[in-house]
Design a protein around this ligand. Structure first.
Ligand code: HPA
Length: 261
């Protein structure tokens, strides 16, 4: 099978810059749209999480179809981008963070392939079905995380190498009381997406890491959360983000014996 890296572009990162071939992949969970292209010397399968017109809200993204489609194309490692709010003031808007842990507060979305209805065949030929419990001691791939951290340092970016990503169901933002409780639990970031992808990728034996961009301080840490401020912060960071993704793609390998994802 061809070696290919999966990219999932989050809010504000909608398409590869260069020419790409658009493909619809039919999966047992629905269709996924993938753009096949080359970035940073690698073949890449790019998925736009919220659609190119940002029409799919976080709780309605078809995470299973997206992750299954990447697996079907031969992807073994996925790098995503995700906009987040910061729960601690030491990580201000505009910062980049590589989460290493998560806490999941999503409630309504399907987030397993193994609900008894599907048999999955992995790249290795191994068949998985029935009751599966995956190990998430290191939910985000530590090896890809190191590559991102190194690339960020080379680009002289403000990048935090660890963080606890708290995932909420959305699409609403949180209340200050929720944010205070997340802080007590040890959360550093709050977002609505990455965790579902992380879990599903691991269920199919794929490495997954995300580059989180802090677009705002979380609820209660400023007067109000304004989507226009959030987008302004994001727009100011998109060039840096694209440079980082490209450098990571140059340096990342297709598989690594440094992780057991
Ligand atoms: N909360 C949840 N998701 C987010 C936020 C937030 O404050 N900012 C960007 N994505």
């Amino acid at each position: 099978m061809a070696q290919i890296i999966g990219i999932i572009g989050g809010s504000g990162f909608y398409k590869p810059d260069n020419d790409s071939q658009k493909k619809t992949i039919n999966t047992p969970f629905g269709d996924a749209t993938v753009h096949l292209t080359q970035l940073g010397n690698k073949d890449v399968a790019f998925i736009t999480r919220h659609g190119v017109k940002h029409s799919i809200p976080p709780h309605l993204v078809n995470y299973r179809a997206n992750i299954y489609a990447l697996h079907h194309l031969g992807v073994s490692r996925i790098i995503s981008t995700s906009a987040v709010g910061s729960i601690i003031k030491e990580i201000p808007p505009g910062s980049f963070v590589i989460p290493d842990q998560f806490i999941d507060f999503t409630i309504g979305r399907p987030k397993t392939f193994f609900d008894g209805k599907f048999d999955i065949t992995l790249h290795s030929g191994e068949k998985r079905s029935g009751v599966i419990h995956i190990d998430l001691t290191n939910p985000y791939c530590p090896d890809i995380g190191n590559v991102i951290a190194t690339a960020g340092k080379e680009l002289k970016m403000d990048i935090h190498e660890k963080g606890v990503y708290v995932c909420t169901e959305g699409p609403r933002f949180e209340t200050p009381a929720e944010i205070n409780s997340f802080r007590i639990l040890g959360g550093t970031l709050v977002g609505m997406t990455s965790v579902s992808e992380c879990i599903l990728a691991r269920e199919l034996g794929m490495c997954y890491s995300t580059i989180s961009i802090v677009t705002n301080l979380a609820a209660g840490m400023q007067d109000k959360i304004s989507v226009s401020d959030f987008l302004k912060t994001f727009d100011g960071k998109i060039v840096e983000l694209r440079k980082l993704v490209e450098k990571v793609l140059e340096q990342v390998t297709f598989v690594s014996d440094k992780c057991d994802c």
